[in-house]
Design a protein around this ligand. Structure first.
Ligand SMILES: [Zn+2]
Ligand SMILES: [Zn+2]
Length: 126
């Protein structure tokens, strides 16, 4: 991709994040420059849409920071979970992010998000 195109893409992504972030508290996308963006997929892992994609942290960033502050994990471990661990991030559209990643409350998060994504992809079972 041409450099200026990438720069425009970054500006658009930042603007989208700024808009989405208004009023959020807990695990709202906060650090678009962080490494986890490298793991973002082109489609929502639950519904498959390519529009309005977010990156969801299975273990939310604010909880990682609380654990770090409490001395339960090291700074390196916190950095890994937030920025470098593909297993801790899922790509979800804004709707699936709020509904399935956070159970319709940004203060909460779904500890079984992988099972939820799987059941949505597979649909109702006989
Ligand atoms: Zn979705
Ligand atoms: Zn999330």
């Amino acid at each position: 991709m041409k450099k200026w195109l990438r720069q425009i893409a970054v500006v658009v992504a930042l603007a989208a994040l700024a808009l989405c972030g208004a009023g959020f508290v807990a695990d709202a996308p906060q650090k678009p420059a962080s490494g986890y963006r490298a793991f973002a997929k082109a489609r929502c892992e639950a519904c498959g849409t390519t529009k309005a994609l977010d990156v969801h942290h299975k273990l939310p960033q604010h909880i990682i920071k609380i654990r770090l502050a409490a001395g339960k994990i090291t700074a390196a471990e916190a950095d890994r979970l937030i920025n470098r661990d593909p297993d801790n991030v899922r790509t979800l559209c804004e709707h699936c992010h709020f509904a399935f990643g956070h159970l319709c409350d940004w203060h909460r998060w779904n500890a079984n998000v992988d099972e939820t994504i799987k059941s949505i992809k597979e649909g109702p079972q006989e």
